[in-house]
Design a protein around this ligand. Sequence first.
Ligand code: M6R
Length: 608
Amino acid sequence: MCGIVGYIGEDQAAPILLNGLEKLEYRGYDSAGVAVCDGGSIQVEKCKGRLKVLADLIDQGEKIPGTVGIGHTRWATHGKPSDLNSHPHVSGQGKFAVVHNGIIENHLMLKEFLLKQGKQFLSETDTEVVAHLLEYYYQGDVLDAIIQVLHQVEGSYALGILCEDIPDQIFAVRKQSPLIIGLGQHENFIASDIPAILSKTREIYRLENNEIAQIKKDQVMIYDLEKNIVQKERCHIDWDISAAEKGGYEHFMFKEIMEQPKAIADTIQPRIQEGRIVLDDMTLTKEDLEQFRKISIVACGSAYHVGVVAKYVIEKLTRIPVDIDVASEFRYRNPIIDEKVLVIVISQSGETADTLAALHEAKRLGARVLSIVNVVGSAIANESDDVLYTWAGPEISVATTKAYSTQLTVVYLLAVYMADLMGLISRQEYQGYLDDLCHLPGQIEMILKKKDQLQTLASRYFNAKDIFFIGRNIDYAMSLEGSLKLKEISYIHSEAYAAGELKHGTISLIEDGTLVVALATQDTLFEKMMSNVQEVTARGAVVLGLTTEDHPEMEKSATHTFYIPKTNDLMLASLAVIPLQLFAYYVASMKGCDIDKPRNLAKSVTVE
Ligand code: M6R
């Protein structure tokens, strides 16, 4: 979704802002803009469309003098994508320029008030009220004005603010939406996400809710809403810069698919010490686990699909009943949650608005919350009782791959850890699971080596109008993910179905030549799946069968067969997902789609 960058230093700001915004393009956006202060008035340039349109308009930034500025990429929520709705927004007399991520929920009421004060609005956005309010409350002290505004606005925000009267400072504040301050030598930055400033500095402050930063080129002061100074601890970002760059690959998605063996190994290895699973700062005890009457998992999109796998894995190993909910549904269905429920929240970004809201609802109802998150220090991580990080590194492609895979890995670690703590698995079984976990990266390498087979298959089916994915149990969970991956990046209509459910409706859609991807990786369900394959082939379907190496009989029924190595049934999802990701990628590539930035989608969905 929207991205924020700010710079204050000795260099020309506009090219640095453009560069930072480019690193945030992956978040998804439809317009972009910058505001730069050159000692005098604030110059704003903004327009609808890709960043390149803005960059051309301002001659790659060279046209705008000034060493202090803020920039923004907008993903439209209030008001269509347009030049006027793009950020930054400026107050009536041009004193303040504002960039904003999030939503000002009471903007209509505030707008009505400001209109009565004679303010004129140029845009349809919720953000513009903030610029006008700042000017309304400003009486010579920007901090005071910001504090007054924060007492008025409701909702979520990360704000970057310039004031014409103080041309050597940037102000920044956040609530719910993330914002970091990058610390340099005679220069400082603000950004909504680390990649924007990674080429400039690795030293940051993470701004917490309701903290206000006053940033000069040689000093950063942080205040609370009472204007008390807040002492912050610096964080060092140890990402390899290449992690946020394409490194020779055509697309981030492909790079991230290929990085999965390493990402999974990085997630597992530090957590297996002397043959035992060690889970970070996990505080859940055997007694805690034994008193939970159920586990409730909430997440969105692919993270939800991890939750569907987790239901099978955790129930099998711990015998604790597991519910799984889409986060946006959970909070509105009056869920039966109390202190005897462990809520597991799964989110790559740690800032997905629906998931965060579900977490708040779970906590309000008294639940213990454990989160599985990729982004350190994100809102979901901060607000959970326990956090297990997926050490996937930055994931730039909108379509998740390595974050999904590392989430699965954490689920396995957690399930085995819990089962062991509760005394439900033998030493031998425990060791067996650990061995299987440690083999996953190598097995994924083997699948990645067969990527050409998937490219060939994609070349045959990239013009398909509809593609169906079917499977049972964990293979059904994988079908959900395979189908989502395909449709989000290739725009081919696709459905995932529990294979046994086909004949209750969906089978009417199967006709001559329809491609059905049939997942049959679970030994116990293989025969049942073969019946479902027969059902669709009898109706003319072309079947791409996905199974393990010990099931060559798939070839008798399926048109094409792709084999994955064998591991225990619970962990097969980690292997089955790889060909599904590659197939989706190659199909989208052959269709010439914008793979890393699919239309209408955003990397972090920070609005409801
Ligand atoms: O950051 P999160 O894991 O909370 O994001 C959840 C979904 O928005 C995300 O998984 C989305 O479905 C991906 N685009 C799927 O590839």
